[in-house]
Design a protein around this ligand. Structure first.
Ligand code: OSB
Ligand code: MG
Length: 381
C-alpha cells in the first residue's frame, strides 16, 4: 500500500437535529454535535471521516471537545510526522505516547483507510476485505414513555423490514417493557436489549427475569470495566451477554473470551481506535466461535459509510445498528442517502472508489459551527 503523506486535516463541528429524541439509560439527545474530519494528502487526494464522540461523557469518557484537543495537540502532529506506510500502519503511529482517546484516534485512522481506498480506486469495503454485497440491519429504539408506546415503535420497525429490534432499557423501564414488546411482536422476531451499563450485580435476579423472553442478547448490562462481574452475571443468565462499552481494544476482547464475560461482541470501529483494531477483534472472535455485529453511534452518512464497509466482513452475522439516514435525520449530509430494502438490508457500495457516497460539502459548510485546519507546515504569525 502506498505511503500516506498528509498535508492538511480540517476539523469541523456540525449540529444535526435528530428526527426524534433518543433516550438511553444515561442520558438523552435531541441533536447530534458531530465532529467531521477532512484529510488531504500531498497529491491533493481527499477523504472525509467522522468522530463518534458525543457532546457529553455519558457513554464514554471521550467527548467531541476532548477528541478535538487530542487530534490537534497530539494525534495530527504524529501523523504529519510519520508518513505511515499505509492505513494499516496508522493505529501504531497514533498509539505512541498517547493512551486512550480511541475515538479521536479512530476518526483519523478510518480517514486514512478512506483515503487509501480513494487513491487506489477501490471501494472501502473491498480494501478492508469485506465480502458481503448487503448487510442486515436492526434498529435501536430509545426508552419510551410507556411499554405500549415502545411496543408500537417495535411493531412499526418490523413492518418496515428491520431484521432485529434492540430496546434501550434502564432500571424501572425493563421487564415490563420487554414483556409488552415480546407479546406484541411474537416469539420468532429477533429482539435484544441494551442497558448501557445501568445495572449492578445486585440486579442478577431482575435480569434473570428477562430470560423467558428469549432475547438474542442483553447488551452491556454492567459497567465498562466490569469484565469479571459480567462473567458472574453470564453464569447466572441463559440470555447471551453482548459487550459494547467494555470492548475497547483486542486485549479486552480476549479477556471477555477467556472469562466468558459475554458471548457476542458489538464492534464499533469508532470506539476501538479504527479498522485495524476492529479487524483484530473480528478475527479473535471468529477464532473463538463468537459472533460479532456492527454497532452505531447515531452517525451521519459519513460515519455510516465506514460502519457499513466494516459490517461487510464475513463474521458480521448478526444485524448491525445500521439504520437508514431517514431514521435519524430530516436530511443527511451525503448523497445518495443511506436506504434500507423492504427486507431490511443496506447495500454495501462496491462499484465506486472510496467511501461510496458523495459528501455534501456545501451543506456541511452551512451547518458548520466551528472549524480548524491543521497543517503539516504550521503557519506561524
Ligand atoms: O449503546 O449502542 C449504543 C447510540 C449512542 C450511544 C450508544 C449506543 C447507541 C445506539 C444507537 O444504540 C445505534 C444507532 O446508531 O442506530
Ligand atoms: Mg450499546
Amino acid at each position: 500500500m502506498a505511503t500516506i503523506r498528509l498535508e492538511r486535516i480540517t476539523l469541523r463541528e456540525i449540529r444535526l437535529p435528530l428526527v426524534e429524541r433518543f433516550v438511553i439509560s444515561s442520558g438523552w439527545m435531541d441533536e447530534r454535535r458531530i465532529l467531521l474530519l477532512e484529510i488531504v494528502d500531498s497529491d491533493g487526494a481527499i477523504a472525509w471521516a467522522e468522530c463518534v464522540a458525543d457532546a457529553h461523557p455519558n457513554y464514554s469518557p471521550e467527548t467531541i471537545d476532548t477528541a478535538w484537543l487530542a487530534i490537534r495537540e497530539w494525534l495530527a502532529p504524529r501523523l504529519f510526522e510519520a508518513d505511515p506506510a499505509g492505513p494499516e500502519a496508522v493505529a501504531a503511529v497514533l498509539d505512541v505516547g498517547v493512551k486512550g482517546h480511541r475515538m479521536a484516534k479512530a476518526s483519523l485512522e478510518m480517514a486514512c483507510w478512506g483515503l487509501a481506498a480513494e487513491r487506489e480506486g477501490v471501494a472501502l469495503a473491498e480494501l478492508i476485505g469485506g465480502t458481503r454485497e448487503r448487510v442486515p440491519t436492526g434498529i435501536s429504539i430509545g426508552i419510551q414513555a410507556s411499554p405500549e408506546a415502545l411496543a408500537d415503535k417495535a411493531v412499526a420497525a418490523l413492518d418496515q423490514g428491520y431484521r432485529k429490534v434492540k430496546l434501550k432499557i434502564s432500571p424501572g423501564a425493563d421487564v415490563e417493557y420487554v414483556a409488552t414488546v415480546r407479546e406484541a411482536i411474537g416469539r420468532d422476531r429477533a429482539l435484544a436489549v441494551d442497558a448501557n451499563a445501568a445495572y449492578t450485580l445486585a440486579d442478577v435476579p431482575l435480569l434473570a427475569r428477562l430470560d423467558p423472553f428469549e432475547l438474542i442478547m442483553i447488551e452491556q448490562p454492567l459497567a465498562a470495566g466490569d469484565l469479571v462481574r459480567h462473567a458472574k452475571l453470564q453464569a447466572a443468565l441463559e440470555t447471551p451477554i453482548c459487550l459494547d462499552e467494555s470492548i475497547v481494544d483486542l486485549a479486552s476482547t480476549e479477556d471477555m473470551l477467556d472469562l466468558d464475560a459475554g458471548r457476542i461482541v458489538n464492534i464499533k470501529p469508532g470506539r476501538v481506535g479504527g479498522f485495524s483494531v476492529s479487524r483484530a477483534i473480528h478475527d479473535a472472535a471468529l477464532a473463538a466461535g463468537v459472533p460479532v455485529w456492527c454497532g452505531g453511534m447515531l452517525e451521519s452518512g459519513i460515519g455510516r459509510a465506514y460502519n457499513v464497509a466494516l459490517a461487510s466482513l464475513p463474521n458480521f452475522h448478526l444485524p448491525g445498528d445500521l439504520s437508514p439516514s431517514a431514521r435519524y435525520w430530516a436530511q443527511d449530509i451525503v448523497e445518495p442517502e443511506w436506504t434500507m430494502s423492504d427486507d431490511g438490508f443496506v447495500d454495501v457500495p462496491r462499484s465506486r472508489a472510496g467511501i461510496g457516497v458523495d459528501v455534501d460539502v456545501e451543506r456541511i459548510e452551512a451547518l458548520t459551527v466551528r472549524s480548524e485546519t491543521l497543517s503539516v507546515h504550521p503557519v506561524t504569525v
